[in-house]
Design a protein around this ligand. Structure first.
Ligand SMILES: *Cc1c(COP(=O)(O)O)cnc(C)c1O
Length: 402
């Protein structure tokens, strides 16, 4: 590697640092949970409340999932050492795919190594130059990349703007699109806002378009039985394709999927490149994910806990004088305006034993820096009150609240 090239890379890194965008990773030395232990400066360890994981149902360290994964290791081994179509398909891959499909009200599902891969591989096999994809401007990076890899004509509408969506649908039709697919996140992760699925599906029906929803921040805990945003809005049939992850509420390990009509899933199995050219999920993840689905389908207790926590959290933060984005999703963004303030508050909170993450431009618009807190079912009332007290003290220290 030449000195010139490394200098070029170093100067890019300097730019990132100067812009205040350099990401540092804290090291967790306990299981992922409501309470975690984090390595701190000087070989110290800090016990903190974790308010920034996607561990919505608290299943990441659930003994039932851990036991299922251990059993799988003992009886099915560690890895598959093959892509699915050569010799990497187990009975449990198919069982999990069929369970996910049933849960989401679709014919079948297909597993990927991650939802990033599911979204990355979804569009290219299904649509071509003759077709159009209309995408929400705030869609997840993996949807954006997946659309880039596809030859279909691309259209974009402002976040949740139904007037613009209809304009784009009409444009695509005028441009002679053969098939049109609308692509949206079910929940937008920076705001915790829901996509307006009834309106989106109504426009799709009116203009003969299809609807794809990425439900990563919903599957397992939003809607009846936790079946996600389509179920929440009574649009299970109006949404044609659902993608999602095993890496958030459903245990938080690894894995993604697409659920859809049989021919769609069958063609993805033949043509989706991240499926064809990447390793199969390991048995431990499959068995634990099946148990996660058992738990999610068995009852509402974890979801009830999650939403009680979310209410307690929202109410308490508002009482302290914080400005929140409105909503009911367990993503609760605390709006702070300037990036500096979000960073200072996050750092003061860590010293108070509360782990949160600040988000600022370019991840969110300029002047809308925030701390994105996320509730989970592993937190107790007492944990939430502890975190609220910390937000009270730290907020006053850095001047975020009076
Ligand atoms: C987390 C997330 C993904 C990526 O899922 P992985 O399984 O972690 O790759 C994709 N889309 C959305 C909306 C997400 O929130």
């Amino acid at each position: 590697m030449t000195v010139d090239f490394l200098d070029h890379i170093r100067s890019t890194l300097d730019d990132i640092r100067e812009a205040g965008l350099y990401k540092r990773e804290r090291q967790i030395v306990s299981p992922q949970a409501g309470h975690i232990t984090v390595a701190a400066a000087g070989g110290q360890k800090a016990d903190v409340l974790n308010l920034c994981a996607n561990n919505y149902l608290g299943l990441a360290d659930d003994p039932r999932l851990v036991a299922a994964a251990k059993r799988a290791l003992d009886t099915e081994g560690f890895g598959m050492a093959s892509v699915r179509f050569i010799c990497g398909t187990r009975d449990t891959h198919r069982r999990l795919e069929q369970r996910l499909a049933q849960f989401l009200g679709k014919d079948d599902a297909i597993l990927f190594a991650a939802c990033f891969d599911a979204n990355g591989g979804l569009f290219e096999p299904l649509l071509s130059e003759a077709d159009a994809i209309i995408s929400d401007a705030l869609n997840h990076a993996s949807i954006i990349d997946g659309i880039r890899l596809c030859k279909a004509k691309r259209y974009r509408y402002a976040n949740r703007d139904m007037g613009e969506l209809e304009d784009r649908l009409e444009e695509a039709q005028e441009d002679g699109a053969r098939f049109i697919m609308i692509a949206t996140d079910g929940v937008f992760s920076m705001d915790g806002y829901f996509a307006p699925l009834p309106e989106i599906c109504a426009l799709a029906r009116k203009h003969g378009a299809m609807v794809m929803v990425d439900d990563c921040h919903a599957t397992g805990f939003i809607g009846p039985k936790g079946a996600g945003t389509p179920a929440r809005f009574g649009e299970t049939d109006g949404v044609d394709i659902v993608t999602g992850t095993l890496g958030k509420a459903l245990g938080g390990a690894m894995g993604g999927y697409v659920a859809a009509a049989q021919p769609v899933v069958d063609l993805l199995r033949q043509r989706a490149r991240p499926y064809l050219f990447s390793n199969a999920l390991p048995p431990s993840v499959l068995e634990a994910s099946l148990v996660a689905l058992d738990i999610v389908e068995a009852g509402d207790d974890l979801r009830a806990r999650l939403f009680e926590n979310t209410n307690r959290w929202r109410t308490g933060l508002e009482a302290l004088g914080y400005t929140l984005l409105p909503g009911e999703h367990p993503i609760v963004p605390v709006m702070l305006g300037e990036a500096r303030l979000a960073q200072d508050l996050a750092s003061a909170l860590f010293d108070e034993g509360v782990y949160v993450s600040g988000f600022f431009y370019p991840v969110v618009p300029k002047g809308q820096a925030r701390i994105r807190t996320q509730m989970n079912a592993a937190l107790t009332d007492q944990d939430i009150d502890t975190a609220l007290a910390a937000f009270g003290r730290a907020g006053k220290t850095v001047g975020a609240i009076a």
